[in-house]
Design a protein around this ligand. Structure first.
Ligand code: AMP
Length: 222
């Protein structure tokens, strides 16, 4: 969990690259539907562009479909941007009990202040190649700057700005995130789970190091 711009996608991508884990980003699944112009894509486009949440059950169905369509299961799956409401937290809990009986759910919260979020999001661009989607920053002093302007280092596709990375949508997205955060945390804490806290204002490498320590030792902070 973490507000927009806390680095969930960046951390997930590193875990995929270094550990071979799978990333399930509900935001990416939504954007796939929009890009392919599916019926669902047409339905959810407006909500996404305004920074609003997509219906809980629509998202939960996407997640279930993704899980059951995997041929193999990795050591871990990162749920990136899911759950985002208490209902989604309940649906995920139930889904894992039903279809991944032996799984263990671990909750990690990336904490970062609002001024840093805005700076990151408004300078964020990502690779337009659906199979890549690497995220970059346009900030001059950023480690995540691409080598060539607006071209992906990895696959050489053009970079583009997300349609919801605007000032108006961002305000909405941050507000919505904080409206739901505590309820989700309470739901899982009441189920007896601990929550890992990571300072996401650090460099990508430091966030990854803290995450790795956490994953190895389950050294919960909160
Ligand atoms: P993200 O890429 O995670 O920032 O998600 C982008 C947008 O997709 C969000 O602002 C929502 O409009 C939608 N979305 C992604 N994940 C969810 C979710 N779990 N529940 C509802 N809407 C979502």
């Amino acid at each position: 969990m973490g507000p927009p711009g806390s680095g969930k996608g960046t951390l997930s991508a590193l875990c995929v690259e270094r550990f071979g884990w799978y990333q399930l980003s509900t935001g990416n699944l939504c954007r796939d539907h929009i890009q392919k112009n599916t019926d669902l894509g047409k339905q959810i486009k407006e909500a996404i562009n305004k920074g609003e949440l997509v219906n809980d059950h629509v998202i939960a169905d996407m997640v279930k479909e993704w899980i059951v369509s995997q041929d193999t299961m990795p050591e871990a799956i990162i749920f990136d941007g899911y759950p985002r409401t208490k209902t989604q937290a309940e649906l995920l809990y139930k889904l894992l009990q039903d279809v991944m009986v032996d799984s263990e759910l671990v909750l990690i919260k990336l904490h970062v202040d609002a001024d840093i979020i805005a700076e990151r999001i408004l300078s964020r661009v990502s690779c337009s190649n659906k199979k890549c989607q690497r995220v970059y920053s346009l900030m001059n002093n950023s480690q995540a700057k691409s080598k060539s302007l607006m071209i992906c280092d990895d696959c050489k596709s053009p970079l583009k700005k997300r349609s919801d990375d605007t000032q108006d949508a961002l305000k909405n997205r941050i507000q919505i995130y904080y409206n739901h955060e505590q309820e989700i945390l309470n739901f899982y804490v009441n189920k007896g789970m601990n929550v890992g806290m990571i300072n996401a204002a650090q460099t990508v490498q430091d966030v990854f190091n803290d995450f790795t320590k956490f994953a190895e030792h389950k050294d919960y902070v909160c």
